[in-house]
Design a protein around this ligand. Structure first.
Ligand code: XMP
Length: 517
């Protein structure tokens, strides 16, 4: 792999994704990894990421000069560029001039291998207070900017290069090309990481891991579990059984989408468990959001566990057992759980997990190495429909956390109807890909006066919460066209008698979360 050494900024994962866009497999490693650790992984190249530190700070992470004696190609970005310069005997200075944001890059002396043929002046994204003032011995300087006399350097004989700017962000239009040239032309790595190769490799690995055994996969209706299941299905066909728990908190049409579309695309064995009664009675009278999440999470695991037990018992009678549990864990989860810092538990997210020991499943996680966009491409490659592959995120606890107040069947029906209208209109307006998601929230304990025809009404408001986001960590409220909002509002108030008011949530995240509970 190409190893992206994470110096603690949010950029390392983005860099790893960009490397993969150049069809080269990459992984993120912490900057605390020693040079022998790095070399043990037999890296095709090493990318040193940007980071928040100044090379002048006490305790700032350093690059061990031994890294440069191993014959491995190295590319430094921003902080990694400066740390590389220092390690190789160049000079960096704390000049006090900061460059932040869009900056003009001036290509120098033909631009070398990485910048040749690019426009002589082009925009790049910068974020630095220190700068390299003298490149190390053996390097040629290929670009500069107002605040960085050395903004790019390279030593193609030793296969080293670096840039002060951030090639990985969208604000640097030629960034991907520069990264690609480093990987393909300077480091000499062949581009082999394609969707087809991912599928082949994962299928081979799943076969190797599961052998002649059987596996169970819980489907949530979301992209990740669907793609994980489809991959395992491709590998072991009818020795996979999928379980879909209908907890009664689903949106209109979701169950059908799994039962019909997913099965049609994959031919998988599917067991749907009708658990609405059970969830609704467990939730009766509960309005505290964390309580709701805990109850839904607990019931979910219990239902899944019971189903798995039953399947195991049935299969056992025929001398066959389910040994494996498939999970749709993605690479960012793997990086983040190994990352150590442990973000605050803002809301207790639930997934299938925490299964009891005595079920003794071994895990199969075929998406552990993949980013979300790769998962979607793999889904399409496996023939899953767009409706599944480009499905917007929907929380595990479902509509249960979109009813403010306690959850009843009647309230769920009201919310489901309003939600279906909003989704229909957003889809009809062609906005599905522009928004991250648009929760519709029922304020079940708030009543508002209205008038319809000549009658006074005393109904409930629903909130539209359209958000735009890259990764759900931060989000902005989406400026939906007024005519779309109008259609949604008119239809909901006309077609859902219990709702007499539609309001728009215009809060970004932070401070608001995307979901209301
Ligand atoms: P928040 O509300 O934390 O949501 O800003 C961020 C993203 O996560 C989804 N979400 C959940 N997903 N289980 C899930 O699987 C949960 O308990 C859960 N809570 C929130 C939410 O829809 C948004 O996309």
């Amino acid at each position: 792999p190409v190893l992206v050494v994470d110096f603690g900024a949010q950029y390392a994962q983005l860099i790893a994704r960009r490397v993969r866009e150049a069809q080269v497999y990459s992984e993120v490693v912490p900057h605390t990894a020693s040079v022998p650790d790095l070399l043990d992984r037999d890296p095709a190249a090493i990318v040193l990421s940007g980071g928040p530190a100044s090379v002048y700070e006490e305790g700032a992470p350093r690059v061990d000069p031994a890294l440069f004696d191993a014959g491995v190609p190295v590319f430094g970005i921003c902080y990694g560029f400066q740390a590389m310069a220092v390690a190789l005997g160049g000079t960096t200075e704390h000049t006090g001039t900061r460059e932040y944001g869009r900056t003009e890059l001036a290509v120098q002396g033909g631009g070398g291998r990485l910048h040749e043929d690019l426009p002589g002046h082009h925009p790049v994204w910068m974020s630095h207070g220190d700068c390299v003032t003298k490149a190390p011995e053996g390097f040629v300087v290929t670009a500069s900017s107002a605040g960085a006399p050395v903004a790019a350097f390279e030593d193609t004989d030793r296969r080293f290069a670096g840039v002060q700017y951030h090639p990985e962000v969208a604000h640097t239009p030629h960034g991907q090309e520069v990264l690609r040239r480093f990987l393909h032309d300077v480091a000499g790595i062949r581009p082999q990481w394609t969707t087809a190769s991912i599928v082949d490799e994962q299928v081979a690995r799943i076969r190797e891991r599961i052998g002649g055994g059987r596996a169970i996969c819980g489907l949530s209706g979301g992209v990740d579990s669907a793609v994980a299941a489809a991959l395992v299905q491709r590998a072991i066909s009818d020795r996979l059984t999928c379980v879909f728990v209908d907890h009664g908190l689903l949106r209109a049409g979701e169950r059908a989408q799994v039962e019909r579309d997913f099965v049609a695309a994959t031919g998988v064995n599917l067991v749907t468990v009708d658990a609405e009664e059970r969830f609704l009675s467990a939730l009766a009278g509960v309005s505290d959001p964390e309580q709701k999440r805990k109850i839904i999470g607990r019931e979910f695991i219990e239902v899944f566990e019971e189903t798995a037990r039953n399947l195991q018992a049935e299969a056992g009678e025929h001398g066959q057992h389910y040994d494996f549990l498939v999970q749709g864990t993605l690479y960012p989860d793997v990086v983040e759980s190994g990352g150590g810092t442990g973000a605050a538990n803002i809301k207790s997210h639930h997934n299938v997990g925490g299964l009891p020991e005595d079920l003794r499943f071994r895990l199969v996680e075929p998406l552990r190495e993949l980013f979300k966009d790769e998962v979607r491409r793999v889904g399409l490659e496996l023939g899953l429909p767009e409706t599944i592959v480009h499905r917007q995120p929907f929380p595990g606890p479902g509509l249960g956390i979109r009813i403010i107040g306690d959850v009843t069947r009647q309230r769920l029906d009201v919310l489901r109807a309003a939600d279906a209208i909003a989704r229909e209109e957003l889809t009809a307006a062609g906005l599905d890909r522009d928004i991250w998601q648009c929760p519709v929230v029922l304020l079940a304990e708030v009543r508002s006066v209205g008038v319809q025809g000549d009658f006074r009404t005393y109904g409930h408001p629903v909130v539209l919460r359209p958000v735009s986001s890259e990764d759900a960590m931060t989000a902005d409220w989406t400026r939906l066209p007024y005519d779309v909002l109008e259609r949604i509002s008119t239809r909901i108030t006309n077609e859902v008698p219990e709702v007499n008011r539609v309001v728009l949530d215009v809060t970004s995240k932070p401070p608001g979360t995307i979901e209301w509970e």
